[in-house]
Write a protein that binds this ligand. Structure first.
Ligand code: GLN
Length: 483
């Protein structure tokens, strides 16, 4: 049962081959048995899951249908879930039970999805390895000595290990696409404003976007359908109709113009990943796509710009965790200043403190123009590069990451080395564009992803290309041994 995709589960439930309750019980047992090896969950919500599954079965018995009705999922632990711990991977929120559901959580629950639990993540979504979680590192099911990617490493490891078919995730600089690449999944970061951020604990508000992690593009279409849409509670949510993503999966790729940026194939890229990327280009050419070399000249400036803007926004967003209103409070403070200092010093981990310091510095008087303003100007140049490229091509293709998943601990003492691994993903966040990573092969037994980028609100096109690719390749069907 655990090998089924969301699409297969929907068919099985509709045909009464099994009930959502049976499926939920099977997956909860599988999580209990296998997750100790992976550490992909922070909290399990067995009671909620079983009651949601029973309710979904009752709705189906009453004649209701829907691709998500009775489908088991999990939420990255930064989506607020009413009455359930929402930790953000931090000691700061270890005792925090959200007083309301995030819009994404509420929408998926209304569609009948069953929440099995909350998944592990880098603390406050800061990281590319899922090693900064207060709840410990997550292991990659393809090799337990390697990282699963971050910051949505728990969602990725759980789905890759077939503990459940799909999960929600968020992407500020690559946290959906990079763990998808590292664990052989398909992951989609939507256009900024497509998925509501209400109730999604903020890291860098102008970059954060929620999206689906699943094994196939078809399943990403199903999950995104349940997540996307206008939300008046989020002032950056965009009031655009949500197309039927599953309906466009089968469009022909004949004549599709794919741009391949020359800057992507520089010295930092593992030559074996370059080769797999070229193989995926050839596969798409066979389906009728036309390849065009393009240039994104400002790409080299994106990492420094991102690592000013994201920490700047983080330092502002995280100022609300002060030991007074909610979250961790230190023992026996001497006075108010001591309460602030020790609550934040004891509640936040090292990477979060590093980002707060970098961000506060970049925003301080005298440095604001030199760092923050300059970074915002680069952000505009990065966006302009994409706008020029999309005059020539329909999608842009390249590697998702320069290297496959590294060994646990290999980069944890060198933050900049880890930041550099985000080189291909962060530009989409700076520009607000949608991006998708899909499985494209293996290097030393570890999965490799290829990234597709499209113009604003063209999630359907990304899913269409990835689905056609997946009908003609079998990388996405490979399963890690032992799972
Ligand atoms: N690795 C990037 C960072 O640490 C992106 C993380 C994310 O997308 N949440 O900021």
């Amino acid at each position: 049962m655990h090998h089924m995709t969301l699409a297969e589960i929907a068919r099985g439930l509709a045909d009464k081959k099994f009930s959502s309750e049976e499926l939920t019980q099977t997956l909860l047992a599988r999580i209990a048995q296998l997750d100790p090896q992976l550490n992909s969950f922070i909290s399990l919500t067995e009671e909620l899951a079983l009651s949601q599954a029973k309710a979904a079965d009752a709705r189906r018995a009453n004649g209701e249908s829907g691709a998500l009705l009775g489908a088991p999922i999990a939420h990255k632990d930064l989506f607020c879930t009413q009455g359930i711990r929402t930790s953000c991977g931090s000691k700061m929120l270890d005792n925090f039970k959200a007083p309301y559901d995030a819009t994404v959580v509420a929408k998926l629950a209304a569609a009948g999805a069953v929440t099995l639990g909350k998944t592990n993540m880098d603390e406050f979504a800061m990281g590319s390895a899922n090693e900064s979680s207060y709840y410990g590192a997550v292991k990659n099911p393809w090799n337990l000595e390697h990282v699963p990617g971050g910051s949505s490493g728990g969602s990725a490891a759980a789905v890759a290990a077939r503990l459940l078919p799909a999960a929600t995730a968020t992407d500020t600089g690559g946290s959906i696409r990079q763990p998808a690449a590292f664990t052989n999944l398909t992951g989609l970061k939507p256009t900024y404003g497509r998925v509501s951020r209400w109730g999604m604990i903020a890291y860098a508000s102008s970059l954060d976007q929620g999206g689906p992690l699943a094994r196939t593009a078809e399943d990403c279409a199903i999950l995104l359908q349940g997540m996307a849409g206008f939300d008046p509670n989020d002032s950056t949510s965009i009031d655009e109709p949500v197309p039927d993503y599953s309906a466009s999966l089968n469009g022909s790729l004949q004549g599709l113009r794919i741009g391949v940026p020359k800057e992507y194939f520089s010295a930092g890229l593992d030559p074996r990943i370059a080769e797999l990327t070229h193989n995926s280009i050839k596969a798409l050419e066979k389906l009728g796509a036309v390849i065009k070399p393009i240039s994104l000249p400002n790409m080299q400036h994106a990492i420094p710009a991102y690592y000013v803007i994201a920490p700047a926004e983080a330092s502002s967003n995280l100022s609300r965790f002060d030991g007074v209103r909610f979250g961790y409070r230190c023992e026996n403070p001497d006075n108010l200043m001591d309460l602030y200092k020790r609550s934040r010093g004891e509640g936040f981990g090292a990477e979060v403190q590093r980002r707060i310091m970098v961000g506060a510095y970049a925003l301080s008087a005298g440095y604001y123009d030199a760092y923050y303003l300059k970074a915002q100007k680069i952000r505009r140049l990065v966006k302009n590069d994409f706008m020029a490229a999309f005059n020539e091509v329909d999608i842009i293709l390249g590697p998702t990451t320069p290297n496959p998943a590294w060994k646990l601990g290999a980069k944890s003492s060198d933050p900049v080395a880890e930041y550099l691994e985000d080189v291909y993903t962060i530009t989409a966040n700076l520009a607000g564009l949608p991006g998708l990573s899909m499985p494209a092969g293996f290097v030393d037994g570890l999965p490799v992803g290829v990234q597709l980028l499209a113009p604003y609100f063209q999630e359907g096109r990304l899913l269409n290309v990835a689905h056609q690719y997946q009908l003609n390749t079998d990388w996405h069907t490979r399963t890690p041994t032992g799972f």
